[in-house]
Design a binder for this molecule. Structure first.
Ligand SMILES: *Cc1c(COP(=O)(O)O)cnc(C)c1O
Length: 252
């Protein structure tokens, strides 16, 4: 049987550098909230083309944190695609909101703009398109057609790190972008990891609080949050892999 996914080639290509970086992390023993996490957030914000990037524990958490940060609550409607991984829907339901499915375009397998427009109601609080299989949805076009600032656009970029349209990368066009670093994704770590990108300082600080027990100052908890953090080991691997992403992608 031919395995669907195999990391051997990539690992041998990066082995020396990865081992060197891991050694540093083990020497420092600063496993949560260290320099690698700060750096990978900066590097990814720059790469995607946004002001802010906040790391978290998974793509699923990224979606949950993004929807929570824009105030999605019980009774709200979020328009999304039925052709996605379960996380996209889970995040909506977890907050008590209702997923409203807009069907896909059969040319792209991505959510159809026309179907989105049909599903907008006075309860619609957000639209959650998924860039499936690395193929970007035209978010600018959706934004233009929806033409309602009160409806936020959250991009599920879990399968599309680095993809873009007209020099704009996915995760930089909607209000928030959500990424997964699950090992099989375009940019994967060697465990779980996720990232949230945005240009809004307000959303960024909300997300930073929510992913750290609702706290921005140690032992001061303003809101109920969760524990969702990227650790130094994964962040150090991601820093190495991001540098070679273009090269690795073209190898495949
Ligand atoms: C993988 C994936 C997720 C979830 O990411 P995790 O890091 O595994 O939680 C969400 N949405 C889509 C479209 C995915 O492919």
């Amino acid at each position: 049987m031919i395995p669907q996914f195999n990391l051997n080639k990539e690992y041998s290509f990066l082995e020396n550098e990865i081992q060197k970086e891991l050694k540093k992390v083990f020497f420092e023993k600063n496993f949560i909230g260290g320099e690698n996490v700060t750096q990978i957030e900066k590097n990814i914000a720059k790469y995607i083309g946004v002001n802010y990037a906040a790391s978290c524990n998974s793509g699923t958490d990224a979606l949950y944190l993004a929807l929570n940060s824009i105030g999605i609550r019980k009774g709200d409607e979020v328009i999304t695609t039925p052709f996605t991984f379960i996380s996209t829907i889970e995040a909506i339901i977890y907050l008590g909101a209702k997923p409203v499915f807009a069907d896909i375009d059969l040319d792209t397998y991505n959510i159809s703009k026309e179907k989105i427009l049909e599903k907008i109601s006075n309860k619609t609080k957000a639209i959650l398109p998924v860039h499936i299989f690395g193929n970007p949805v035209d978010i600018r076009d959706i934004k233009k057609e929806v033409n309602d600032e009160s409806i936020k656009i959250i991009e599920d970029c879990a399968q599309s790190f680095g993809a873009g349209i007209n020099c704009q990368r996915v995760g930089s066009i909607g209000d928030i972008g959500c990424f997964s670093f699950y090992p099989t994704k375009n940019l994967g770590c060697y465990g779980d990891g996720g990232m949230i990108t945005t240009n809004s300082e307000e959303l960024y600080s909300n997300i930073k609080k929510l992913c750290n027990h609702g706290s921005s100052k140690k032992y001061h908890h303003d809101i109920i949050g969760i524990n969702s953090r990227l650790d130094e080991i994964q962040a150090s691997l991601l820093r190495v892999k991001l540098k070679y992403l273009g090269e690795i992608t073209s190898h495949k």
